[in-house]
Design a binder for this molecule. Structure first.
Ligand code: CTP
Ligand code: ZN
Length: 160
C-alpha cells in the first residue's frame, strides 16, 4: 500500500509494514522483542494484531528488534518496565498512519507490582498481600523487601 513508500525510508524499514494506529516500539536491543511482548502481556491469544521484526539492520545499532502493536497505546507503567530491557527504545504513537508522538523510554527509580521476586522466601512471593517493589539499579533491579538483586535482564513478571 502506498503508505509504505511515501516517506523515503530505506528498504530495511519496510520488512515490517506500517501500522494504522497504535504503538511502534523501535530500537529495541536485538534479541529482546519476545521479552517486550511478554512485558506487554501479548501472546496472541487475545487476537491482537502485532508485527515483530528481529535483528533487522538499523542505523543506530548494528541490529535492532522492532515491535508494532495495532490499536493499542502503551501506558506509562508499561513503558517504564520496557526501559529495563530496552533502554534505548523509542516509543512511537501512531494515529492514522502518522507518528503523532515520539519519546525515548526512561529508566524509572522504582517498579511496583510488575516483577516477581525470584527469592521463594521473600514476603512478596508468599500468601501475604504484600505487593512487589523493585528498585532500579544501573545494572539490574533489587527487591525492596529481601534485597535480592537480579542482574542481566529482569526477574519474571507477576502472573496476571
Ligand atoms: N511506523 C509504522 N507505521 C506508521 C508510521 C511509522 O510502523 N504508520 C514506524 C516506522 O517504520 C519506524 C517508526 O515507526 O520504524 C518510527 O517512524 P518515523 O518516526 O517515521 O521513523 P524515523 O524518523 O526513522 O524514526 P527515528 O528517528 O525514531 O529512528
Ligand atoms: Zn524479594
Amino acid at each position: 500500500d502506498d503508505h509504505d513508500h511515501h516517506d523515503g525510508h530505506d528498504d530495511h524499514e519496510l520488512r515490517v509494514s506500517k501500522i494504522r494506529s497504535g504503538t511502534v516500539i523501535d530500537h529495541v536491543r536485538g534479541g529482546q522483542a519476545l521479552n517486550v511482548l511478554a512485558i506487554l502481556g501479548i501472546d496472541g491469544s487475545d487476537g491482537e494484531e502485532v508485527s515483530v521484526g528481529m535483528n533487522v539492520p538499523s542505523d543506530r545499532f548494528a541490529r535492532k528488534d522492532i515491535v508494532k502493536v495495532e490499536g493499542r497505546e502503551l501506558s506509562q507503567d508499561e513503558v517504564d518496565v520496557l526501559s529495563l530491557i530496552a533502554p534505548d527504545a523509542t516509543i512511537n504513537i501512531v494515529r492514522d498512519y502518522d507518528v503523532i508522538e515520539k519519546h525515548r523510554v526512561e529508566r524509572p527509580d522504582l517498579v511496583e507490582e510488575v516483577l516477581s521476586c525470584p527469592n521463594t522466601g521473600c514476603i512478596t512471593t508468599g500468601d501475604e498481600p504484600v505487593s512487589s517493589r523493585f528498585e532500579v539499579l544501573d545494572d539490574g533491579v533489587r527487591c525492596g523487601y529481601c534485597e535480592t538483586i537480579v542482574r542481566d535482564g529482569i526477574p519474571s513478571l507477576i502472573d496476571t
